[in-house]
Each structure stands twice: as structure tokens, then as C-alpha cells.
Design a protein around this ligand. Structure first.
Ligand code: IMP
Ligand code: MG
Length: 178
């Protein structure tokens, strides 16, 4: 069923079953690679909350979970935009980190986060993302764990929003082109 969110229409794209199957495959790969590493999973808010909840329930080994938020604000003196990482209370030095993202598009957001984590001298850094737009991605950093690759369409649901709405939808919808 077509859905109207703000001024745009969206059509069903990935069902709950499709999403769960893709997450199971990624969870298996993560388990094989990281089960002995005591990793810290860093969910990036707001979009990753559903993916993180489903992914992490499929991982049956010792791990830690934190959620982080990137806050951007215009500096008071310079014209530059400053980005700050909120929510990390633990010492990440020497740890294996898995960033948990809802979507990697151009990779700009991810690159900022990676820079901040590298400054904390983490031992090993991985990225797990629900959705990945390979045609939009402009960065070098490898995206290790991708649940679903998608074309450059705008999608909502399962954590992802269009101007604040749509995050609670259990399925993923894509924009219905005008
Ligand atoms: P980036 O281009 O990889 O930096 O992505 C920046 C942010 O844009 C993501 O974290 C999402 O919040 C948002 N975004 C990118 N593509 C989509 C989409 O298709 N739907 C909803 N949000 C998106
Ligand atoms: Mg996001």
C-alpha cells in the first residue's frame, strides 16, 4: 500500500521477512569474524535503533553496546560546522569497535565518526549497516557488513525517516517517483 509522508508518496520495498533474513546473514558473518574479540557495538542514533536491536539479539557472544549521536552546530567564531560525538563514556582505546548504521549513502557522516574514533586509538574498526548505496558512496573506508545494498533511491521505515517521520514503520518503503 502506498503511504503518504509529508508531501511525498512511498511504496513498499523490503518486507519485514526480507529484512530479517538479510540481518541473519550479516549476524552470521559478524559472529565468525568477531566472536572472540569482545567488541563494542556503537549504534548511531537515531536511525540505527531498530537494526541494532534486531542484529544484536542474534549475536550470542560477549559484547558491549553503546549508542552515539553526532551533533552538528555552527561554530560561534568560525564559519565552519563543528561535529561532536555524544554518548561515549567508555575508554575505546585498544578496543574492537563495530559502528552500527542505518544507512551509508555518501559516507560523509561515517567518515566524521571514523575520524573521531581513530583519534581515540581504537584497535580495530568495522562498519555494520542495514542499507548501503554503493553508487553514492564516495569514501575509501571499507563497509564490512552490509545487510542490504540498494540503488540511489530515498527510503524510509525500519529506523529511517523522511523529515522526522517514518522511523516506526516495520517495513522499508521507497519514494514513489513523481
Ligand atoms: P551520508 O550521505 O552517508 O553521510 O548519509 C547521511 C545521512 O543521510 C544518513 O545517516 C541518513 O540519516 C540520511 N540518509 C541518506 N540516505 C537516506 C535515505 O534513503 N533515507 C533516509 N535517510 C537517508
Ligand atoms: Mg542517520
Amino acid at each position: 500500500m502506498r503511504k503518504k509522508v509529508h508531501d511525498r508518496y512511498f511504496v513498499p520495498y523490503k518486507s519485514e521477512q526480507d529484512i530479517q533474513k538479510s540481518i541473519q546473514a550479516v549476524a552470521q558473518r559478524i559472529t565468525l569474524d568477531l566472536k572472540d574479540k569482545n567488541p563494542i557495538f556503537l549504534g548511531v542514533l537515531n536511525g540505527s535503533f531498530m537494526f541494532a536491536a534486531d542484529l544484536l539479539r542474534l549475536l550470542d557472544f560477549d559484547l558491549r553496546i553503546s549508542f552515539v549521536k553526532l551533533a552538528s552546530y555552527a561554530g560561534t567564531e568560525s564559519s565552519g560546522i563543528t561535529t561532536e560525538l555524544i554518548g561515549i563514556n567508555e575508554d575505546l582505546k585498544g578496543q574492537t569497535i563495530v559502528i552500527v548504521e542505518d544507512i551509508v549513502d555518501t559516507g560523509n557522516t561515517l567518515e566524521k565518526l571514523i575520524k573521531m574514533l581513530k583519534a581515540q586509538e581504537v584497535a580495530d574498526l568495522h562498519v555494520a549497516t542495514l542499507l548501503y548505496k554503493p553508487k553514492a558512496y564516495k569514501k575509501e573506508f571499507p563497509i564490512d557488513y552490509v545487510a542490504i545494498e540498494i540503488p540511489n533511491d530515498f527510503v524510509i521505515g525500519y529506523g529511517l525517516d523522511y523529515d522526522g517521520l517514518g522511523r516506526n514503520l516495520p517495513n522499508i518503503y521507497k519514494i514513489d517517483n513523481p
